[in-house]
Design a protein around this ligand. Structure first.
Ligand code: BG6
Length: 488
């Protein structure tokens, strides 16, 4: 299967923080891959803007190294790379001062092309950058800004950030990134739900017993200890990535696949979320890996804060209080240093209303698992008769579709979330970006949970590296006579 590549219009993309970690790991390699695929016009210009003193040649060298380091396994044609590097420029700039802005305005070609400004910098610089773009005449109607997470650390800061950005840019020019929305399989959630007749009639509390959303990581906090210890799993993952997954699973069908129709429906889900009871949450902090405590220390050592009360794991139960979902619990969990790297959504259907096979047949339920990563695909557990002469005994077998198998060996081009999202910015398609009111609603639900922990002085429970999290997470399910599905 050959993917169709539709070239985007000419653009100038300015990357503030252009020499930073995100630019090197994700943004520049993503742009190179889009260039190699033919989607990026040859006359596009990428302007790195950062504090370091560097010229265009230095920025091209930095970019080449980043592409070679962070695109492992991808083919890197030297001629193509050389032509791509020719699109790169650099400006030394002071985000809070005046240095470099005149030069930047001279470099950006604002006639007949899209101007995109990527804020790959600390959130404290979002406001000053927006303000300077405007005062230097760069916030015109061709301009759009791309804002990375974290978007605020609570409702108040998110609201104030929204207000600041709104002073200089219209909402239609603001692209708030949640990279989970750029993942191929996350978009597949919408395709599966709204492209098939099979699932939607059953997609409600009458037929669904409960839904589980798991995003498990094997990595620890790595070199991001300082940021992470001020955030924790709730702010880092639940408020954004898991919330988005929940929205896509729970929302009503939008009338059209267009930005506001989709985001209106997601917003309704977030606003319908019930507050979470303190006893419906389990928090954890990972212990050291006994096999190598130096390489894989415990959470508090990793963040260099011996008394840290920040969670590296959280599991919780919530409800979406509307007609479709009343009474159906949603269980969410995410954590670092868990047993497997796996993002998966499981829809557990109810028992059949009456078993004609009697008590001995046991309990059998259909379970639909949507694997977002790795090994992307869908498995539906179906109940059949156990083969053999032993009478009418039932077993569950998986009806399994791994997308890679179903689509064949060259089954579509694998596109990283950042490739898709950056091209959407250039195309002006906001469907996969969070709207300001969505972000605020997500914080309005998250804040009381975090504030409750602070007020009660809650301390996360330790859990073993490589495990499923603290025992309290298992108990959260068991109290409801349910179990977490095995993932990964
Ligand atoms: C980021 C979080 O947004 O998502 C990280 O800040 C986390 O802590 C990462 O590791 C997970 O993303 P992915 O794409 O690896 O599942």
């Amino acid at each position: 299967m050959v993917s169709r590549v539709i070239p985007v219009d000419p653009f100038d993309l300015v990357i503030f923080g252009g020499t930073g970690d995100l630019a090197r790991r994700k943004i520049l390699p993503a742009l190179f891959r889009r260039y190699s695929s033919g989607q990026m016009p040859k006359n596009a210009r990428i302007i790195g803007a950062a504090r370091s003193a560097m010229d265009d040649a230095g920025y091209r060298t930095l970019t080449e190294e980043a592409i070679r380091e962070f695109s492992p396994g991808k083919t890197c044609d030297d001629g193509t790379l050389k032509r791509f590097l020719g699109c790169l420029h650099y400006v030394k700039i002071d985000a809070t001062g005046e240095a470099g802005w005149k030069e930047l305005t001279e470099k950006v070609v604002s006639v007949d092309r899209v101007e995109a400004y990527y804020f790959s910098v600390a959130p404290s610089l979002f406001g000053p950058l927006a303000e300077r773009l405007q005062s230097h005449g760069l916030a015109d109607r061709n301009a759009r800004i791309v804002v990375e997470k974290p978007f605020g650390r609570d409702l108040e800061t998110a609201r104030s950030l929204n207000e600041t950005l709104a002073r200089y840019f219209d909402e239609s020019q603001i692209y708030r990134i949640d990279h989970y929305l750029g993942k191929e399989t996350v978009q597949n959630l919408m395709a599966v739900r709204f492209g098939n007749m099979l699932f939607e009639p059953l997609w409600n509390s009458q037929f669904v017993d409960h839904i589980q959303i798991t995003v498990a990581e094997t990595v620890g906090v790595g070199g991001r200890g300082e940021y992470y210890d001020k955030s924790g799993a709730m702010r880092d993952m639940v408020q954004n990535h898991l919330m988005q997954l929940l929205c896509l699973i729970a929302m009503e069908p939008p009338a059209r696949f267009d930005p506001d129709a989709v985001r209106d429906e997601k917003l309704k889900v977030i606003r319908a979320l019930e507050p979470v009871e303190p006893h419906h949450i389990a928090r954890g902090q990972y212990d050291a890996d006994p096999a190598d405590e130096v390489e894989f220390p415990d959470y508090r050592t990793a963040v260099d804060n011996p008394r840290s009360k920040t969670e590296s794991f959280v599991a919780l139960k919530t409800h979406v209080a509307n007609w479709r979902w009343a009474g159906t619990p949603f269980y969410l969990r995410t954590g670092k240093r868990m047993g497997a790297r796996a993002s998966e959504i499981t829809v557990v259907f109810k028992d059949t209303p009456h078993s004609i096979f009697g008590e001995d047949a046991g309990r059998h339920r259909n379970v639909l698992s949507i694997r977002l990563q790795p090994n992307e695909g869908i498995t539906l557990g179906v109940t059949i008769k156990e083969p053999g002469p032993g009478g009418m005994r039932l077993i569950d077998v998986p009806l399994d579709m791994t997308f890679a198998d179903a689509l064949g060996p060259d089954g579509g081009e694998s596109v990283d979330a950042y490739e898709r999202l950056i091209m959407d910015v250039i195309r002006g398609n906001q469907t996969l970006f969070m709207r300001g009111d969505e972000v605020e609603a997500a914080w309005a639900w998250t804040d009381p949970i975090i504030n409750g922990w602070t007020t009660r002085g809650d301390v996360p429970k330790p859990y073993d590296s490589g495990s499923d999290g603290p025992d309290a997470a298992l108990q959260l399910m068991r109290r409801d006579s349910r179990e977490w599905q095995k993932v990964g």
